[in-house]
Design a protein around this ligand. Structure first.
Ligand code: ADP
Ligand code: SF4
Length: 700
């Protein structure tokens, strides 16, 4: 199908100083969890996006010196020749597809603990950033930089920029955002200096300006110089000569940068989850930048709609449409717009599982795109599969995220796919979860797959079809895939997480009851030891339904694991807005229909709480009925010609939707192969050059 001409503007080339981007779709730097220890994994991950049409592809934060050490969080480095070679794999890969390669040189300042290097963190005035943040806590406070420290950082930035040019990068960044060193100089709360680097905004931008100058000197006319800067806080501060200090900053630095990459100040607002924030949410903080500079501006906002993208450009908000999450969820988003295949875009759902991967210290995982991070090590491509030499009959039981992904991937291989679900709608757990506060965008997981399946002639889909072993043997597929999902239990734990039996009472509910439309009588006590989103969002749902509800958890915070997805502060705000009391560090130990007994996790002290019902969001177990029946009658299945049986998704091991989608994809790619036989390739750091050679050279 031909592209709609209104999207043509997205495919215009744009200059960034001495280099030219082939189009306006710009993959901004984002964490991938792929350090220099995984250079081939990283190169293939970034290359796939270049192949998919992104005009600029950047790496994530890349440390310029050992004083910028984020361990145990993953970070890249550009310190020596081995690092240069590791990055050159990526720049070569990106250039093969005509895209520009960018690198976000980075000094973490007081926001890193230098846990591995054991060097003092650097800061303008000794003030830590996020050092007491739960989850990132450390017990080392930064030193205040003296003039020689400033000179050192400028020298490291220049060295990093030269290394970047040698590695083949076209765009080299100065990073002054998200609490890192440059940002700390910009904000008076972190910068108390009385020298020429502190005081008014003209002085506070000096360090960043000098970083830009040394970068320019280092790369000459070979690379564009980009400034990545957070503007949320500065935008709120009136300027002396400009509307705000953010306006002043752009005016003061306009001549020194070839590109402004503008963003918010903290991960929860910058990379906010769709549960709380919509597409284009940065606009109020950054909409002025283009008025203050003639340099191109890139910004993000979880843009997946080409109409929104065009509107950002036409209205003069942005020159480049920045994408981090949308480029992970669909590396081929630009190609699909360019080729008029908009309905094929696999839109990011804004769940932030990708961010949780970085917090977990592992390569990126994505709910929508199970191939993210698997391009090199498993050889998975987001748009291509190996076409089966001989199409076979594949029966999938269960049409949740796992079953639908398996069906789609198997059908793409050319197999004859039948998928059945006992429900009246496709989507499994999402048929209910999409109705919960803020979760409607999550149903893109289902919509995308149903849309593609509907186009395929080799797929038969049956709703309201409960399948047992007899129906399965009658259908006699070559391969059987069981995707029956999981169920919630009334199990309780001891403080040591030892199961202590189920809490049996007619007024004890599980999430499955709520999904089935059974609403508890208030006041309801929600006891959440699942600790991801579900307990919190169900509490919101009950409160929105007019039920008096309180929330109790043995964790230290509500929905504690959502610290990993940037949602935690917003979960607390949402519960507070609905007048939900949050009680932490308590276990539910008894309930008699009118009183719940809570026991303090550490002291054992008990408290009685009056309530009429209890909702336990705790342990999930696989739905075993069909899986066990199939196991028991394996001989009948073999007699019917069924050659392989696999269980996938929550029916195998209950998890986040991302796990189910990955499991479904893997099963389809490995159809008929013996389970556990397929290992992924292990990547290795590049160590061609003697470690430490730089030190020797420096000593000469
Ligand atoms: P997952 O996340 O692993 O995809 P879900 O719970 O979202 O799991 O989806 C599982 C789906 O499987 C549900 O829609 C459920 O109705 C369906 N299902 C379970 N057992 C059967 C069965 N025996 N026959 C047909 N559908 C089934
Ligand atoms: Fe989007 Fe979720 Fe994928 Fe991240 S993990 S890119 S938020 S769909």
């Amino acid at each position: 199908m031909a592209r709609d001409s209104r999207y043509d503007v997205l495919f215009q080339p744009v200059r960034i100083g001495p280099v030219t981007a082939p189009n306006r779709l710009y993959q901004v730097p984002h964490a991938s969890g792929m350090t220099n220890a995984l250079p081939r994994v990283r190169a293939a991950f970034r290359e796939t996006k270049a192949e998919g049409g992104w005009g600029v592809i950047c790496t994530g934060a890349c440390s310029i010196d050992q004083t910028s050490d984020d361990a145990p969080l993953p970070f890249a480095t550009l310190w020596d020749k081995n690092d240069i070679q590791a990055h050159a794999l990526m720049t070569d890969a990106v250039h093969r597809h005509g895209a520009l390669a960018g690198v976000e040189l980075w000094h973490g300042g007081a926001s890193v603990m230098n846990r591995a290097s054991r060097l003092p963190p650097l800061s303008p005035s000794g003030v830590p950033w996020m050092a007491t943040h739960v989850g990132f806590m450390g017990n080392l406070r930064p030193k205040s930089m003296d003039r020689s420290d400033i000179r050192d950082v400028l020298r490291w930035q220049a060295e990093g920029a030269r290394n970047a040019r040698t590695a083949g990068f076209d765009i080299v960044y100065v990073y002054a955002g998200m609490g890192y060193l440059g940002y700390e100089f910009l904000l008076p709360e972190y910068n108390h200096r009385s020298d020429e680097y502190g005081g008014g905004i003209e002085n506070r931008v000096r360090f960043v300006r000098e970083m830009l100058e040394v970068t320019r000197d280092a790369v000459g006319m070979d690379c564009g110089v980009a400034l990545r800067v957070s503007l949320e806080e500065l935008r709120g501060r009136p300027g002396k000569h400009h509307e705000s200090e953010a306006h002043a900053l752009v005016a003061l630095l306009s001549d020194h940068a070839d590109l402004f990459d503008v963003k918010m100040d903290s991960s929860p607002t910058d990379c906010s989850a769709s549960r709380f924030t919509g597409e284009g949410s940065h606009e109020p903080a950054i909409d002025f930048v283009k008025r203050m500079t003639d340099k191109p501006v890139v910004g993000v906002g979880r843009f997946t709609s080409p109409d929104t993208m065009v509107s950002q450009i036409r209205r003069g908000v942005l020159d480049f449409i920045g994408g981090a999450r949308p480029s992970i969820a669909d590396p081929f988003l630009p190609a699909k717009i360019r080729e008029g295949r908009i309905e094929e875009i696999r839109e990011c759902i804004g769940c932030n599982i990708c961010i949780s991967s970085w917090h977990d210290g592992v390569p990126v995982r994505c709910t929508q795109n199970p191939t993210a991070g698997e391009e090199w090590r498993r050889g998975w491509h987001p748009e291509r599969v190996t076409i089966a030499r001989r199409p076979e009959k594949v029966l999938i039981v269960g049409g949740g995220p796992a079953g639908l992904e398996c069906a789609l991937t198997a059908a793409r291989q050319g197999h004859e796919v039948t998928i059945a679900d006992r429900n009246a709608a496709w989507g499994g757990r999402l048929t209910f979860e999409k109705t919960l506060p803020g979760l409607s965008a999550w149903n893109r997981v289902v919509d995308y797959r149903l849309g593609r399946l509907a186009e395929m002639a080799n797929v038969s889909m049956y709703l309201e079809s409960e399948l047992g072993v007899d129906e399965i043997t009658d259908l006699a597929p070559d391969h059987l895939v069981l995707a029956p999902g999981a169920r919630w239990t009334r199990m309780l734990y001891s403080s040591m997480e030892i199961p202590v039996g189920t809490l049996e009472h007619p007024a004890v509910f599980t999430p499955d009851d709520i999904a089935a439309g059974r609403l508890p009588e208030g006041p309801t006590l929600v006891f959440d030891f699942d600790n991801y989103y579900y307990g919190g969002v169900l509490t919101e749902h009950l409160a929105a339904s007019g039920i008096a509800v309180s929330y109790v958890t043995p964790a230290g915070q509500a929905s504690a694991w959502t610290i990993m997805t940037n949602e935690l502060p917003l979960v607390h705000r949402a519960l507070a807005r609905r007048n939900v009391s949050v009680t932490t560090l308590q276990m539910l130990t008894a309930f008699d229909g009118t009183t719940a007994t809570l026991t303090h996790l550490f002291t054992g002290e008990t408290t009685a709480v009056s309530c009429r019902s209890v909702l336990i969001v705790g342990l999930r177990l696989p739905r075993r009925t069909l899986v066990d029946a199939v196991e028991a009658r394996r001989a009948d299945l073999e007699a019917a010609g069924i050659r392989s049986v696999v269980t996938i998704g929550d029916g195998l091991a209950p998890g986040a939707i991302a796990h189910a989608v990955h499991s479904g994809h893997k099963a389809a790619r490995e159809l008929g192969q013996r389970e556990g036989r397929r290992h992924y390739l292990r990547d290795m750091p590049i160590t061609d050059c003697e470690p430490g050679f730089d030190r020797a050279e420096a000593a000469e």
